[in-house]
Design a protein around this ligand. Structure first.
Ligand code: MN
Length: 514
């Protein structure tokens, strides 16, 4: 839902205490690490200011706070505090290693590297960039830190020079928000979208805002009254512990739905929604009974996602009711646990995982898998939306029995052994590590491989046995008369390239034998 968090004022008072208070079941050593990182960041960024004029530490503690609220563990929150030390104030990686260990340094490093990836503003490149972003992060915690960093940057975007605002907001809308969505972190996804919307589509934003105001000026007031009546009705039935919250739909998601529904606001029933949180599944059905006993539901709008969860694992009871003053409200009834999952998706798993005895971080990555029932938060992930490396992971087994083996296999097979490179048009190709321009050429098309004469990587001419790296832009030169060379067989990593080369070499040899 789209209420903003009431954390801003709190954290002004004592940011460190606030971060620690927001951590979910922290271990004592987690708290120690976070405190130490805070002090380190305070010293490293001494005198360093944001464009807003605020001390830079504010940005770091806000980033850490967002991570703590996501349920992240000590190392992740510490890395959140340290995420700009290498790039912005010249702290050496070795210093972070010696102070905080390899794990935290790895996370800070990862965030720094991701910072070098830039949105190019070309729509057809966006999916490639998203894939590269996920691939380069190597560890899902790096992505979470980057998302928290971007969220705070978006909250303070008004201080950034005008000419930069639109680029940053567009990058947020096209790259970061969809990644948050795929990780199932609806809470961050929504906030990123709503913060970007006015910068990227100012006209449409204004239109939506006006339209919503004209038709529903009294919505919040009406919801407030309704919420009060619901509380009373529930209490009468002994449901005193039920928590109610309401919201008016976020403007950007409303805008997207508005486009999908032929620009007819009347067809959208969840502009106003109320969420009722209870302790047990039995209570969910009791609440539904109370609501329907008191207010008239719209026909065919009653959904039992508890008995029949959505394919992405989302669970709740939904009903849409006339609340008596002419307004219609969608009511979502769920347990606290269902709510946490719907808001935090994968991150809601790390809440258990990272704080458990064995911090099995890669198990979250497993949760990205489309086949996993609880995998994708509240969003429907179409299989074409899933990067190839994720769908490849789907063939692996559930990491229940042999966590360590699973983890090793995952690490060696995917994160450390795949690279993602670009074609000059921005298409992404994923290859095994140590692949060369020859592998790249054959993965584009066998004709391109067969006719290859040379290659440029990031604009520079390179030899054909050059090893490619994540993010390289590879250009292949061809000529009609060119032929594969036997030596190429030793310069390739992919069996596909070798197969094509052998095939061509065989064809070339035949005339000699004849
Ligand atoms: Mn930052």
């Amino acid at each position: 839902m789209s209420q903003s968090q009431p954390t801003q004022n709190q954290s002004d008072l004592d940011p460190l205490a606030n971060i620690i208070r927001s951590m979910v079941n922290p271990l004592p050593e987690d708290v120690v690490t976070v405190k130490k990182a805070f002090t380190f960041a305070l010293r490293a960024h001494q005198g360093h200011e944001r464009l807003s004029g605020e001390p830079y530490l504010k940005h770091l503690s806000e980033t850490a706070l967002i991570l703590a609220e996501l349920g992240a563990g000590g190392p992740t929150i510490a890395a959140g505090l340290l995420h700009d030390t290498i790039e912005d104030v010249g702290v050496k990686r070795e210093e972070i290693v010696s102070e905080f260990g390899e794990e935290v340094a790895f996370l800070v490093d990862g965030v720094t590297k991701l910072g070098h990836l830039k949105y190019k503003g070309v729509n057809r490149h966006n999916e490639s960039l998203r894939k590269l972003f996920v691939a380069m992060s190597e560890d899902i915690r790096v992505l979470l830190i980057k998302l928290a960093d971007r969220l705070h940057n978006m909250r303070t975007l008004s201080h950034v020079p005008k000419e930069k605002q639109k680029r940053i907001a567009a990058e947020t809308l096209e790259i970061y928000a969809p990644i948050a969505y795929r990780l199932g972190i609806r809470k961050i996804n929504r906030e990123l979208e709503d913060l970007s919307f006015p910068y990227v589509y100012p006209k449409e934003y204004e239109e939506m805002r006006k339209m919503l105001k004209e038709r529903h000026s009294d919505r919040v007031e009406s919801l407030e009254k309704f919420s009060h009546s619901v509380q009373k009705a529930l209490a009468k039935e002994g449901l005193t512990k039920a928590k109610t919250e309401y919201r008016v739909k976020g403007l950007y998601s409303l805008y997207k739905k508005y486009l999908r529904y032929d620009k007819d606001l009347e067809k959208i029933y969840d502009v106003s929604a109320m969420r009722i949180l209870v302790d047990s599944i039995a209570d969910c059905y009791r609440v539904l009974g109370v609501i329907h006993g008191r207010w008239r539901p719209l026909p065919r709008r009653i959904k039992d996602y508890i008995a029949f969860p959505k394919p992405n694992g989302y669970q709740a009871l939904h009903t849409t009711i006339f609340i008596g003053d002419g307004n219609i409200v969608e009511v979502q009834i769920k347990t606290h646990e269902m709510y946490r999952y719907s808001e935090y998706g994968i991150a809601s798993h790390l809440y258990y995982k990272e704080n458990g005895r064995n911090k099995n971080v890669l198990a979250w990555v497993y949760a990205l898998l489309p086949k996993s029932k609880k995998a994708n938060g509240t969003g429907t992930v179409k299989s074409k939306d899933v990067p190839k490396w994720i769908s490849e992971l789907a063939t692996y087994e559930e990491p229940s029995q042999n966590q360590r083996l699973f983890r090793e296999r995952l690490t060696s097979d995917f994160f450390s052994q795949r690279i993602f490179v670009f074609s000059p048009k921005g298409d992404v190709v994923d290859l095994p590590i140590d692949s060369t321009p020859i592998d790249f050429a054959y993965s584009i098309h066998s004709d391109i491989g067969d006719r290859m004469t040379g290659s440029k990587v990031n604009g520079k001419l390179v030899s054909l046995d050059t090893k490619l790296h994540n993010g390289d832009i590879v250009f292949i030169m061809t000529s009609e008369s060119a032929k594969p060379n036997r030596k190429w067989l030793e310069m390739t990593k992919t069996s596909m390239a070798r197969r094509h080369i052998r095939h061509q070499l065989g064809k070339l040899r035949k005339p000699d034998r004849a």
